[in-house]
Design a protein around this ligand. Structure first.
Ligand code: F0G
Length: 470
């Protein structure tokens, strides 16, 4: 008898399976990404999404109440890979879907058509907490003591928070690039006590290094190549549905960075459809920043499609070889999505197929303008999140989205994550240059300054107090 839950390679020509307790971040046979797969026939799955309604009333203390309080674990039957005894939760996912007619009117939408999903209301201020609660629960089950991630900021804030909130606590190690992190996010990683390594390089370089280091030193990796992260992020879609009384919207719009979120959304809807819990699937729009537009270029210009898992790998390889040849580095004010080598690219292609999706790119200028509109008419968001609203404007202009469509923009991060971008937009003053970081080392007794380290495996291991294993 096979396990009810297992890990499976997403490459249909491989399809290797692994136990859920095997610590792997890609298929050992073909290096493709892994999925968490469920044998739903042998699991207790609700017959209707209405089943989850009662959990509003049962949230609170005690083992079950603690799970019901979480906007992720409230839907635990749809991600049944871990028992309640292992769950690490700090009340994530208590977020808000706001109907915003004023902004909708500004974008040419009819009333009651535009909804903003504020994922910035999570404990660490971004959607990442949805995935961290899931991946940390597995890490706890497996008895992991150290966890690591590379980050443009939000992942590191979330990892740092969940690491010290786990029981027992874990050590959080975060890799950040040089000068590419909003201070709101950096301040969180430092304050929550993560060991913070600042590598000479961009996010893509950090991710390569953290994957190598985690592999060599046996540290549990918390980036979105960890398939459990995406299981948790499916819950964003469940909450959108719940806030709409289980009515499926016409469009979901999400920013595209490392492409974990959009991939999770595709998986969520594929499963809901297979389980007969939804009768249709919304369309997906993934919005890239123009300065970090790998997915846009591959899908919209080079016409790369999932094709049942047999996507055109040669085109992708050639695209990256060209980036290398030009020494291309992504650049956007939306630093959260300043990524040119998204690790979840294959899964995002699958999501595009499942949700009849499309990709658009928007410039920094347009992102900032729409960020200001979300601030003026809503509760604000960080630049990457505003790419969604900017994308909606573009899709309205292109007449892809009609004024009648019901559209949900996922606002992935809190406004206060990146106040510099906001102040600079509204005043022209660059706060970072007004208050340059002090040259003297900090003297506070609880200070936790980042460690500057070269983009070099040996030097990184030394900074972690280890020598590079043979
Ligand atoms: N929006 C925000 C606010 C983010 O922080 C990120 C990713 C994204 C969108 C893109 O999401 O990677 O799932 O496509 N931030 C990562 C980080 C990369 O390190 O914090 P994605």
């Amino acid at each position: 008898m096979t396990d009810k839950v297992h890990q499976v390679c997403i490459n249909p020509d491989c399809g290797a399976t692994y136990g859920i307790d095997e610590i792997l971040f890609s298929c050992t046979r073909c290096r493709s990404l892994l999925d968490i797969a469920y044998d739903w026939d042998r699991l207790a799955v609700p017959h209707s999404l209405n089943f989850f309604e009662h959990r509003w009333g049962t949230k609170g203390l005690g083992a079950q109440g603690r799970l019901d309080f979480s906007g992720v674990w409230r839907f635990r039957e749809l991600m049944p890979f871990v028992g309640p005894e292992s769950v690490v939760t700090i009340g994530e996912g208590r977020t808000l879907l706001e109907q915003n007619d004023t902004l909708g009117r500004e974008l040419g939408m009819k009333p009651e058509r535009l909804f903003l999903q504020y994922e910035g209301l999570n404990p660490s201020g971004s959607f990442k907490d949805n995935g961290m609660t899931a991946a940390f629960s597995l890490a706890r089950k497996l008895g992991r003591k150290r966890v690591a991630c590379a980050s443009t900021g939000n992942t590191s804030a979330s990892v740092a928070m969940y690491a010290h909130k786990s029981d027992p606590p874990m050590q959080g190690i975060v890799f950040i690039g040089t000068g590419k992190i909003a201070y709101g996010k950096l301040s969180q990683a430092l304050d929550y006590g993560a060991l913070t390594l600042q590598i000479q390089g961009d996010f893509d370089a950090c991710l390569r290094r953290v994957m190598q280091v985690s592999d060599k030193l046996g540290i549990y990796l918390m980036n979105s190549v960890n398939p459990y992260r995406l299981e948790g992020q499916k819950a964003i879609m469940y909450r959108v549905l719940q806030a709409r009384d289980w009515e499926v919207p016409d469009w979901i719009i999400v920013p595209g960075g490392n492409l974990g979120n959009c991939s999770a959304f595709g998986k969520a809807f594929a499963e809901l459809r297979a389980l007969g819990l939804v009768d249709r699937i919304p369309r997906l729009a993934i919005i890239n920043a123009t300065g970090a537009n790998t997915l846009y270029q591959l899908v919209e210009q080079q016409k790369v499609v999932w094709n049942g898992g047999r996507y055109d790998r040669d085109k992708v390889t050639a695209f990256y070889a060209d980036l290398d040849a030009r020494n291309y580095l992504p650049h956007t004010i939306a630093s959260a999505i300043e990524i040119s080598r998204p690790v979840n690219l294959p899964k995002s292609l699958r999501a595009v197929e499942i949700m009849n999706g499309l990709i658009r790119e928007v410039s920094d200028e347009v992102i900032l303008e729409h960020k200001a509109l979300v601030g003026r008419y809503g509760f604000g968001c960080e630049p990457a999140s505003a790419a969604t609203v900017a994308g909606l404007r573009l899709l309205r202009e292109q007449q892809v989205i009609s004024p009648d469509d019901r559209v949900v923009c996922i606002l992935t991060g809190h406004e206060l994550k990146d106040p510099d971008a906001t102040v600079k937009y509204h005043t022209g003053i660059d706060m970072k240059s007004v208050t340059p970081p002090p040259a003297v080392p900090p003297t506070g007794r609880a200070a936790n300054p980042p460690i500057q380290v070269a983009d070099d495996l040996e030097a990184i291991c030394a900074a972690l107090g280890e020598t590079l294993p043979e």
